[in-house]
Design a protein around this ligand. Structure first.
Ligand SMILES: *[C@@H]1O[C@H](CO)[C@@H](O)[C@H](O)[C@H]1NC(C)=O
Ligand SMILES: *[C@@H]1O[C@H](CO)[C@@H](O)[C@H](O)[C@H]1NC(C)=O
Ligand SMILES: *[C@@H]1O[C@H](CO)[C@@H](O)[C@H](O)[C@H]1NC(C)=O
Ligand SMILES: *[C@@H]1O[C@H](CO)[C@@H](O)[C@H](O)[C@H]1NC(C)=O
Length: 233
């Protein structure tokens, strides 16, 4: 069977369009998966001398077959397990878009820079383990939004500033370790912090020791207005 020239040209045109549609669909598909996009963007920011992120391939429809991540039955990312992976580089704000994440395990690496405020968007997080890295800056207030958090370990970094009061509102918090940082100010004692011992806070030379709860109001001497410092409000 022979093809006329015009038919051949039509077929070439047709297959060109088919390929174009396929390629476009592939691009759409990739950009439609936020988790792939976010993790691949983070990978691009990391130094990975041991190639632990080799399987992180941006052309896949979801990250569920990659190593060091776990998905649930709906192919949503729920865990990142990259403890002791010898990674260097920052955390990126886009990590806050991994909205199904329950476990973020990044301890014992060489991760530097600040803890992004956006991590406070990961409201399903149960465990945030960033200990033994080189993180600096303040602990974001926004982490108080993580109302399902049970494990918060930020110890052995270079974090500074005060402990956000918002953390006291996380009623689920069972394990807290902020030790070996450069935190300053008072240690909260109310809310979930009533259960934590000095072990959670040691080796922060600028942190004031925990005070005993104040006596009930009837025994407190009301401060005279003149004893108050300049109003900060
Ligand atoms: C970690 O990476 C550094 C380079 O950044 C390399 O010199 C060192 O050998 C690696 N350590 C391990 C335990 O793989
Ligand atoms: C840690 O990361 C810094 C860059 O942020 C790099 O200069 C240093 O070599 C890294 N150290 C190791 C042990 O990988
Ligand atoms: C944290 O730092 C302290 C003091 O330098 C050290 O004794 C401890 O072993 C470190 N812990 C971890 C988990 O690296
Ligand atoms: C603990 O006290 C601080 C003020 O010092 C407040 O902002 C915070 O909401 C309190 N936490 C709880 C759980 O009541």
């Amino acid at each position: 069977m022979r093809w006329k020239k015009t038919e051949l040209a039509d077929m070439q045109m047709g297959s060109f369009f088919l390929l174009a549609i396929l390629a476009f669909g592939l691009v759409l598909n990739v950009s439609a998966n936020t988790e792939v996009e976010v993790l691949y963007a983070w990978k691009a920011n990391l130094i990975d001398p041991n190639n632990v992120l080799q399987s992180w391939d941006a052309t896949l429809a979801n990250p569920c077959t990659w190593l060091h991540v776990t998905c649930n039955g709906d192919n949503n990312l729920v865990r990142i397990d990259l403890g002791k992976a010898n990674l260097s580089g920052p955390l990126i704000p886009q990590l806050g878009q991994l909205s199904n994440l329950m476990y973020l395990e990044l301890y014992d690496n060489n991760i530097s820079g600040a803890i992004p405020i956006e991590l406070g968007n990961l409201i399903k997080l149960v465990s945030l383990d960033l200990f033994s890295n080189r993180l600096s800056g303040h602990i974001p207030d926004s982490l108080g939004n993580l109302q399902r958090l049970r494990f918060l370990r930020l110890n052995n970094n270079s974090l500074s500033g005060s402990i956000p009061r918002s953390l006291t509102t996380i009623a689920t918090l069972q394990v807290l370790d902020l030790s070996s940082n450069h935190l300053t100010g008072d240690i909260p004692i109310n809310g979930s912090f009533a259960f934590f011992t000095p072990m959670s806070f040691r080796n922060n030379p600028g942190l004031k020791p925990q005070k005993f709860p104040p006596p009930p109001p009837m025994f407190q001497i009301a401060p005279t207005p003149s004893a108050k410092g300049p109003s900060s409000s």
